[in-house]
Design a protein around this ligand. Structure first.
Ligand SMILES: Cc1cc2nc3c(=O)[nH]c(=O)nc-3n(C[C@H](O)[C@H](O)[C@H](O)COP(=O)(O)OP(=O)(O)OC[C@H]3O[C@@H](n4cnc5c(N)ncnc54)[C@H](O)[C@@H]3O)c2cc1C
Length: 467
């Protein structure tokens, strides 16, 4: 450890109090955790402030020294954005987990950035309200991480992405300046909306410390249905039918393509809701306010789907237990896929009109290179968002085929996981030179010494931004 870093740590040790600075042997291996299994460096030190002032002190001190930091929430991000690079110190929000009591009248809640998504969901639920974001990693992913990645998940169709849930933020810039905008006003056009700098920018422009979050009325009815279909076209037709007939009642629309479901069923701990063997499966969900009517309307539209020949087979949840069981089947895809060693995983968005062509062309191109490749695809079809996995002897070629195919189809190389470190070499396929140059100018303006999440999303000119 260099004398400068030792000096920095001793200053911060006083400032952040007991447990605020971990160094040397006290640094746990968990700060290297990565859901993709790509271990980061073991950081020389971890800074764990308890409050916004502590974050400001840590950033100001690191900025003075030009010390790069990896900002960490729950470390569940899937693009390596929180993965520690050599020479970086970790700034962890893990001790900033408090929540204010939800404001029922304004339907909002203020949370510290290190609070987990699940804790916010439970607090909202306890107040008779609901938080609009839900993702499989809810128990570990934090509100700060959700905001920094603009997380999506299963109900974007109805509630929008994380950006739509943010009513205000408190964030700390690289030099330690604190920007507090927590009035939670649904309307506030008093000058620039600075909150937007910190949403979806992967911790590169500032550290979120608190957020005022929008809550929604808790649905009085929730019903889901698991359907077997003959093709992607049938799944898109069913989506159109459900939207047309049910409008905002439709809250989720998830897809699972063959052979993934068949593969899951072979090792599933729970009973399979429908037999394996169909080309496409869909999980559709409604959330409503009229329990006596909503389920009936949903069943009628599904029946119409069967009569029109769009749905081959369907099972509809009849109780909260069955409702949860169908969601468990959806989430079982993560269990199966995370257990396959060497699988590459790509999160992309594609216009629905081009999705069929993209899937066909990518399949042909990958199998031309590796005839034995296995391809598993599922995702949030209602948002045009696919999670595309390949087990292949040539991962580099497969990544390239998929990302170039996505770009040619007019899609995005990251639908919801961000760019991080792992995807930055493909960013130029979907963002123009002018757009990337503007991102660099923003970064240079807000973090001129390039200390925050250096090298994530894009690289800066190494000469202009060296210490
Ligand atoms: C099983 C599983 C399922 C998932 N499903 C989904 C899904 O459906 N939809 C989805 O969008 N994502 C999903 N993810 C990805 C991941 O959970 C999200 O990206 C989540 O928002 C990351 O939160 P985190 O606290 O773990 O952030 P981290 O992984 O710790 O960090 C992610 C990024 O946010 C930055 N960051 C973290 N906290 C802050 C802060 N306070 N201020 C500034 N920057 C910060 C980090 O520096 C990094 O750039 C899934 C992950 C797993 C493992």
């Amino acid at each position: 450890m260099s004398p400068e870093i030792q000096q920095l740590l001793s200053v911060l040790d006083n400032r952040l109090g007991a447990g605020g600075v971990l160094a040397g042997a006290d640094v746990d291996q968990r700060y290297r955790d990565d859901p993709d299994g790509k271990l980061g460096a073991l950081p020389e030190a971890v800074l764990r402030p308890r409050d916004t002032q502590g974050v400001a002190a840590a950033l100001a001190a690191c900025n003075d020294l030009g010390q790069p930091l990896a900002v960490q929430g729950g470390r569940t991000g899937l693009t390596g954005a929180a993965r520690v690079q050599p020479g970086e110190v970790v700034l962890s929000l893990e001790r900033m987990t408090s929540l204010a009591v939800p404001d029922r009248r304004a339907a909002s809640i203020v949370a510290e950035a290190g609070a987990t998504l699940q804790v916010v969901q439970e607090a909202a639920d306890g107040a008779g309200l609901m938080f609009g974001i839900d993702i499989g990693a809810r128990g570990s992913a934090t509100i700060g991480g959700n905001i920094a990645t603009n997380a999506g998940g299963i109900r974007v169709l109805r509630y929008g992405m994380c950006r739509a849930q943010v009513l205000g933020l408190e964030a700390v810039l690289a030099d330690g300046s604190v920007l507090t905008s927590l009035k939670a006003l649904p309307k506030d056009n008093s000058g620039y909306d600075l909150n937007q700098f910190f949403i979806g920018t992967e911790g590169t422009l500032g550290v979120v410390t608190r957020a005022a979050l929008r809550l929604h009325p808790k649905p009085a009815s929730e019903v889901n249905a698991f359907c077997a279909l003959s093709s992607l076209d049938a799944a898109i037709a069913l989506l159109g039918l459900l939207r047309q007939k049910l409008g905002p009642l439709l809250s989720a629309y998830e897809v699972n393509f063959a052979p993934l479901y068949d593969f899951m069923v072979a090792s599933m701990a729970m009973p399979a809701p429908l037999p394996a063997g169909s080309p496409v499966y869909v999980l559709a969900e409604i959330q409503g306010s009229e329990p006596e009517r909503d389920g009936e309307r949903f069943a009628e539209v599904l029946m119409q789907g069967v009569e029109d020949g769009v749905i081959d087979d369907v099972v509809v949840s009849q109780s909260p237990r069955e409702f949860r069981a169908l969601w468990d089947v959806r989430e079982d895809a993560n269990r199966v896929l995370f257990s396959i060693k060497g699988l590459i995983s790509v999160d992309v968005s594609i216009p629905l009109a081009r999705m069929g062509a993209f899937l066909r062309e990518a399949d042909i191109a990958i199998h031309a290179v590796d005839p034995g490749a296995d391809i598993y695809v599922f995702g949030h079809l209602g948002d045009g968002n696919l999670h595309y996995q390949v087990l292949t002897v040539d991962p580099a070629v497969a990544y390239d085929i998929v990302y170039r195919g996505v770009a040619a189809a007019g899609g995005g190389v990251s639908a919801e996981h961000g760019i991080g470190i792992d995807k930055k070499k493909w960013l130029h396929l979907v963002r123009s030179d002018a757009e990337i140059a503007t991102m660099r100018r923003l970064k240079a303006a807000l973090d001129p010494r390039n200390i925050l999440n250096r090298g994530r999303v894009f690289d800066l000119n190494p000469i202009a931004f060296s210490r």
